[in-house]
Design a binder for this molecule. Structure first.
Ligand code: ARG
Length: 573
């Protein structure tokens, strides 16, 4: 994601503005230089630094410049900084890096403003109004398994991040409800129930039905042929076939919905079948552009630089995954008016997306330049592994069902709570609710805290640990902070109006500075589709808070006892 407007409270933006002014005075002839502002790695030197001096030196060296090296350039940039209440002090280090320490009263004033005005106004301002996030998207008739976890949780989080940034998000579950697997399933169902009586019971456990039909398909040629025919009948709209198909979809979706509810994930199901009627029209448009060629009986689109063409109609005349995705893209752009379409899947599908995005560009549906709207982004995620580094599976099954996984997370949490005697303190309902909140939260957080692009190791022991970077630790920190606020007996609304905030102790200042960096963390997470940046921010926030809490309590009390002047200006909490 990118943002092109300034975000309220974003420190880097504010500093960039000041350095831009200084750069234009220092180098009036280099007006296109953007200030390069970063956080200081070592807080000893400052909070932020401007890194432009070296690059400018490379540009002007040998071109009759008055400067003798990067350091004097840095010095000039420093001296030309306009006066501002943002900066407390500045210094030069190494090859012209300008280190900046923010003014502590300014940090205090800014977070007070954040408290009063609410964090909503700190959201990044994106230039796009309506986005569509295509996520989760399991193939139906199989239960949701651990492989769907990543796309579901990451996709939901990206949607939330966009929504927070005031973008209207169309959440789409592009379920696989139209493939050849339905031929096998329907034919097998007719074999088992020749009268074709459809009810939930007859279809029963879809996973078993799917496995049995698969076995039959692989071992019996007559069945295979019938299954192929069943797809043709289904796609031709034959009622008997359509009815079974609809029932299978309904049962499968009901099961998935239960999981989505447990995870707090919302989406609108518009599966492959939805786009089927739009395929002929979309292909016609592509054909009119002269993009479609006949190749060994199939219709294909060739993309320069990619050896494998994109097959849009199979040699048997059937449509496929790519034809559906092209039609869906056309629909999303033209009917739903999405300016930005984001697909969240595992990295294994990269080539498919590259191919069909290129086809859409050739057709002129999307601009050739990636930074113009409407645009498409394929957000990939790595695979889930077991602690042994291999594909994650349980003792008795090859694929780990999500429902089992969530059950286990909850029951482990419940056991841990009972061990701590919480069953004596709480009602049964409270115990259940807490076990769910912690258990499901832990699964989600473990997923989000890793860089989505890397494979991640699924470990209950690790994710349910109450120390370290886990949801359990964060929830604990949050509960602790809430309890401190409750016990303080302070009315926060009143403090918003009358309180003044003073950051005196260094740990108090560190907490203030980290709170202030919220806008930056959100912006960075949004620009790279990386929820792990937000997790990191929150984890550090808990740590910085813990340090503040243990080091500033006694100190504050002492300040007041000895009648120190700073004790008179009471902190907010
Ligand atoms: N159903 C697909 C799968 O499980 C994912 C669909 C992703 N979305 C899309 N528009 N192709 O692999």
């Amino acid at each position: 994601m990118e943002n092109n407007q300034e975000t309220v409270g974003n420190v880097k933006h504010q500093l960039a503005k000041l350095f831009k002014e200084s750069l234009s005075v220092t180098f009036p002839e280099e007006l296109d230089v953007d200030p390069s502002i970063a956080s200081c790695q070592n807080p000893k030197f400052g909070d932020y630094q401007c890194n432009n001096a070296m690059g400018l030196w490379a540009k002007v060296n040998g071109k009759g410049t008055q400067f003798k090296g990067p350091q004097p350039i840095g010095q000039a940039i420093l001296e030309n900084l306009p006066k501002s209440d943002v900066i407390g002090s500045q210094s030069i280090a190494g090859s012209g890096f300008v280190n900046v320490k923010l003014s502590t009263p300014w940090i205090a004033k800014s977070i007070h403003k954040m408290l009063v005005e609410g964090i909503e106004i700190w959201a990044p301002k994106l230039s796009v109004k309506r986005a569509l996030v295509d996520f989760s998207s399991p193939n139906i008739a199989k239960e949701l398994h651990v492989g769907h976890l990543r796309s579901t949780i990451i996709g939901d989080t990206l949607a939330r991040m966009l929504e927070y940034s005031n973008v209207e998000v169309l959440r789409r579950n592009h379920i696989g409800d139209w493939g050849t697997q339905f031929g096998k399933l329907i034919e097998y169902f007719f074999e088992k129930c020749p009268d074709g009586e459809i009810n939930g019971q007859a279809i029963g456990d879809l996973e078993t039905l799917y496995k049995a039909s698969e076995q039959r398909f692989n071992s019996d040629d007559v069945f295979k042929e019938k299954a192929h025919q069943a797809v043709v009948s289904l796609q031709a709209g034959v009622e008997r076939y359509q009815n079974v198909w609809a029932k299978i979809c309904e049962i499968s979706l009901k099961e998935s919905e239960k999981i989505y509810q447990r995870l707090g994930v919302q989406s609108v199901v518009k599966g492959e079948s939805f786009y089927n009627p739009f395929i002929p029209g979309a292909l016609k448009l592509l054909s009119e552009k002269g993009l479609i060629k006949l190749d060994k009986g199939a219709l294909t689109i060739s993309i320069e630089g990619i050896q494998q063409p994109l097959i849009v109609v199979k040699s048997d005349g059937g449509f496929n995954y790519a034809s559906t995705d092209l039609a869906a893209l056309w629909y999303r752009l033209n009917e739903e008016k999405a300016e930005w379409i984001i697909y969240v899947t595992d990295v294994g599908q990269r080539e498919h997306f590259e191919l069909f995005f290129s086809a859409a560009k050739l057709a002129g549906w999307l601009p050739a330049e990636d930074n113009r709207y409407p645009k498409v982004s394929h957000v990939t995620n790595g695979f889930v592994q077991g602690v042994d580094g291999k594909k994650f599976k349980t003792r008795n099954s090859d694929t780990v069902k999500l429902v089992d996984l969530l059950d286990e997370a909850k029951s482990r949490c419940k056991a841990a709570l009972i061990e701590r005697g919480k069953n004596e303190e709480w009602t049964a309902e409270e115990l259940e609710q807490t076990a769910e909140a912690i258990g499901y939260g832990a699964v989600k957080y473990a997923e989000l805290k890793n860089n989505r692009a890397t494979n991640y190791t699924f470990s209950f022991d690790q994710m349910l640990n109450d120390k370290g970077n886990t949801a359990v630790y964060l929830l604990y920190a949050h509960a602790r902070i809430s309890s401190i606020i409750r016990k303080s007996g302070k009315d926060i609304e009143e403090l918003k109006k009358t309180g003044t905030l003073n950051l005196v102790h260094s740990d108090e200042r560190a907490l203030g500075l980290h709170i202030l960096r919220f806008a930056e963390a959100v912006e960075q997470a949004c620009s790279h589709f990386l929820p792990n940046i937000l997790c990191e921010y929150l984890f550090t926030l808990s740590e910085v808070f813990a340090r503040f809490y243990s080091n500033c309590q006694w100190w504050d009390r002492r300040r007041r006892q000895v009648g120190c002047c700073c004790a008179r200006q009471r902190p907010l909490l």
